[in-house]
Design a binder for this molecule. Structure first.
Ligand SMILES: Cc1ncc(COP(=O)(O)O)c(C=O)c1O
Length: 342
């Protein structure tokens, strides 16, 4: 099976497993795990921030950042398709006590002027806006990328309102590679960000919060309360560090592979794929009959994700090689020539 459901399905490579087996570890609750500390230092340096915190998942990082950057009873502005709103089981309200104000963007990206108009001041009885969140890349938007000028504009808008700007950067390194942007440039634009080593970078587990030292110290407190403080986590952190050091440039191959898949569909059914939206490693196909399409692809040996009744998603990653991309493209051509429209 060629598994294109998500870039989270990768398994650690032989080299990564060697690094994990050899990791020097300690008790990270005491701050004594050398591999965790090395990964945190590398993550902070990569984004030009003071500190970082290793967490079990991207969702935990997002939730901890909501805790640290917003406050209960306040409002968080976010794009309507964001992971924070759609895929975290209401945790923002439940755990951080925030209310989301969703704005419909374009391909998952917020418009700075729309954000400026939506920010509410802290004046009773208004619900004050405490935080603006962007997602880089925007997963449900199609793996789309915020250009630097749009982020700078958002930064100016939030700074003028005196509120922080946060980035759910689960795939921010895909954006960095796709645009040739130094991750430290992104770092300067956000008060806090998180990125996952468990997605395109290919590590089995983990995500990092990156920000200033005070914010990360507070996040560490909350990570403890949420049960996310780990002990000899260096075994997995070592994989994360290896991924950060060796897996970033390779992301360009995933982007090229996504384009091959999107173009294969466009050859036979141009109306279901927006080639301008294919900017990184994700391809959305809509409108299609998602159940029939996923079943037909499965019969061809390709696993695709159905996001809803009319939307199919393909995600490229380290465990799909060039030959498999070619085979998947052939399968897509056959399937899309045959399946009915959604
Ligand atoms: C944009 C985005 N944010 C956050 C997450 C959550 O990451 P995790 O699955 O590690 O909790 C994901 C996972 O797919 C994601 O796509």
């Amino acid at each position: 099976m060629i598994d294109l459901r998500s870039d989270t399905v990768t398994r650690p490579s032989a080299e990564m497993r060697r690094v994990m087996a050899a990791a020097e570890v300690g008790d990270d609750v005491y701050g004594e795990d050398p591999a965790v500390n090395a990964l945190q230092d590398a993550a902070a340096a990569r984004f030009g921030h003071e500190a970082a915190l290793f967490c079990p998942s991207g969702v935990m990082c997002n939730q901890l950042w909501l805790r640290v950057l917003a406050r209960p009873g306040a409002e968080v502005i976010v794009e309507a398709d964001a992971h924070l709103v759609n895929y975290e089981r209401g945790a923002g309200a439940l755990l951080a006590g925030v209310q989301f104000r969703t704005l419909a963007g374009t391909r998952g990206l917020l418009d700075p002027d729309q954000v400026a108009a939506a920010i509410r001041p802290d004046r009773f009885p208004l619900t004050p806006t405490a935080l603006v969140c962007v997602e880089q890349t925007a997963n449900r938007g199609g793996g789309t990328v915020y250009e630097i000028d749009r982020l700078e504009h958002l930064r100016a808008v939030t700074a003028a309102a005196g509120i922080p700007l946060y980035c759910d950067g689960a795939r921010i390194l895909n954006a960095a590679v796709a645009t040739g942007t130094d991750p430290a440039t992104y770092g300067t634009l956000f008060d806090g960000l998180m990125f996952c080593v468990s997605k395109g970078l290919g590590a089995p587990v983990g995500s990092l919060m990156v920000g200033d030292a005070d914010a990360i110290a507070e996040a560490r407190e909350w990570r403890g309360r949420y049960g996310g403080a780990m002990r000899q986590a260096g075994v997995v952190a070592a994989a994360g560090l290896w991924a950060l050091e060796h897996g970033v440039e390779r992301l360009a191959e995933d982007h090229a592979a996504a384009r091959v898949l999107a173009e294969a569909v466009a050859e036979v059914r141009p109306e279901v794929v927006d080639l301008d939206q294919v900017q990184t490693n994700i391809v959305y196909l809509e409108p299609v009959d998602a159940v029939a399409t996923v079943a037909a692809l499965r019969a061809e040996g390709v696993l695709a994700g159905s996001m809803d009744d009319r939307t199919v998603r393909l995600v490229t990653h380290a465990d799909v090689d060039r030959a498999q991309v070619g085979r998947a493209a052939d399968a897509l051509r056959r399937v899309f020539a045959a399946v009915p429209a959604g």
